[in-house]
Design a protein around this ligand. Structure first.
Ligand code: TRP
Length: 452
């Protein structure tokens, strides 16, 4: 039966529904587009190794921390901090999250629009016949240098996101993820198996899985850490907001574990598709830029029987996976405006959506052809500042706030509800109070050296 709380906020239908929705937030372009791009630009396998370490040692900790804070306070990030410590400067965590959400949403939706565009392209036969890397290069360049097209697609993605968000949490998010995420998973496994059997795949596998430690440096660590936060939807309060909908009887530790695990598996599988196929097409591992996966997936799809149908299906599922992530990005600013500023959900979704669309325009136009934004590498800059730095700062502040201001002891009490043993407690406390904050501070201090 619905309790008072259920009526006021809405809760997840069940634990599995929560895991699917949170996994829906985590799994998206971050895994299938951003991860392979990062691997390709940051030394291959050595990046993968640091990434996995970052996920296990830091990502999981921050995931559990955000979920715990959210469930305890039942609030959006700004409200959550204020609930624990009224009138405190720590609220900056929440505001930073709101701003970061809007900024990531703006460029993320551009790429999500590409996925929709590629679904249509596949359906209309752009990748029929022999699909070479020259062909996919040309198609990508033409596609991204058509301003009207990319802007319409951007508008569609943000419009859909705002529409779903304005309908509220349960009807909106749950319905999408239940069937489609597992389907995406199956398709990706299938494509990975095919990619591994392509002639020449070994070279790609070596680039992807055999670390060359001479390539290890501060940049690699910074990007791997940033990618862990980005892919797991951490550091801006998304998981605080999602946690606020979890029932008190659910086990937060295993929920965090499942979301982290499934997200990481999907990213690793995406790499297993991209790099062997790249090698098969005769190109080195470190090329492609932001277009990498859009240039490579059509090649692997053309290698399987029924590739035409699977191609449409793949880009459709990728679009949905992206949409379940854009929903979670928009949810943070909207939950803030609804809970803290008393806006209606509809008005908040519309206003923030419109703002992100406008902010997304220069990113959408920052590819071949539109020189002003190309020169600035607008999308690349937003991706770096908000997708890496801002999330890392957010994660750091969340760890310090929960570890020291609220206090790990009180957080543990919250985790006990639904998990009375909490065996991982010492490890989590160590990572929360020492390892994670120190790792992030270390990376942020070295950032000047890295970027300058
Ligand atoms: N994690 C998502 C992806 O990998 C993107 C995303 C959704 C996100 N919500 C977020 C990233 C919050 C950072 C913070 O595609």
């Amino acid at each position: 039966m619905a309790s008072q709380e259920t009526i006021k906020r809405g809760t997840w239908g069940s634990k599995i529904a929560f895991i699917l929705a949170a996994a829906g937030s985590a799994i998206g372009l971050g895994n299938i587009w951003r991860f392979p791009t990062m691997v390709s630009q940051n030394g291959g396998a050595v990046f993968v190794l640091v990434y996995i370490l970052a996920v296990v040692l830091i990502g999981f900790t921050v995931m559990l921390t955000e979920l715990t804070l959210g469930r305890h306070t039942q609030k959006n990030p700004v409200g959550a901090i204020g609930y624990i410590k009224p009138r405190t400067p720590w609220k900056i965590i929440g505001y930073l999250g709101v701003i970061t959400g809007v900024c990531i949403l703006s460029f993320y939706s551009v790429v999500a629009g590409w996925a929709v565009g590629y679904m249509v392209k596949t359906a209309t036969g752009a990748f029929r016949g022999e699909v070479t890397s020259q062909l996919t290069d040309k198609i990508f360049t033409e596609f991204t240098s058509n301003p009207l097209q990319v802007l319409v697609l951007l508008f569609i993605i943000i419009g859909l996101t705002a529409f779903i968000i304005s309908k509220g949490v349960k009807g909106g998010i749950e319905r999408w993820t239940k069937v489609l995420m597992p389907l995406l998973f199956v398709l990706i496994i299938f494509l990975a198996i095919k990619a591994l059997t392509l002639p020449g795949a070994e070279k790609g596998i070596a680039f992807y899985l055999k670390p060359d430690f001479s390539k290890l440096n501060g940049t690699v660590i910074l990007f791997a850490l940033g990618q862990a936060f980005f892919s797991l939807s951490l550091g801006m309060g998304t998981m605080i907001t999602y946690g606020s909908y979890i029932s008190k009887s659910d086990n937060l530790v295993s929920s965090a574990g499942w979301v982290t695990f499934s997200d990481t598996i999907i990213a690793l599988l995406a790499g297993l598709i991209i790099f062997p196929t790249l090698a098969f097409s005769g190109q080195p591992g470190n090329i492609g830029g932001f277009g990498l996966v859009f240039k490579i997936f059509p090649i692997i799809l053309s290698q399987i029987p029924g590739g035409y149908i699977f191609g449409i299906l793949f880009f459709a599922l990728l679009s949905v996976a992206a949409l379940t992530s854009t929903i979670s990005l928009l949810e943070v600013p909207v939950a803030y405006l609804v809970d803290e500023r008393n806006w209606s959900r509809k008005k908040a979704a519309l206003a923030v959506g419109l703002f992100s669309f406008v902010l997304g325009i220069p990113s959408a136009l920052s590819f071949e052809g539109m020189k002003i934004f190309t020169k600035m590498d607008f999308l690349g800059k937003l991706n770096f500042i908000f997708g890496n730095i801002s999330l890392a700062v957010g994660a750091l502040l969340i760890c310090v706030f929960v570890g020291y201001v609220w206090g790990a002891k009180k957080a543990i009490q919250e985790i006990f509800s639904g998990n009375p043993k909490f065996k991982l407690r010492p490890l989590w406390v160590f990572s929360l109070k020492f390892l994670s904050p120190i790792a992030v501070i270390f990376i942020l201090i070295f950032i000047k050296k890295i970027t300058g």
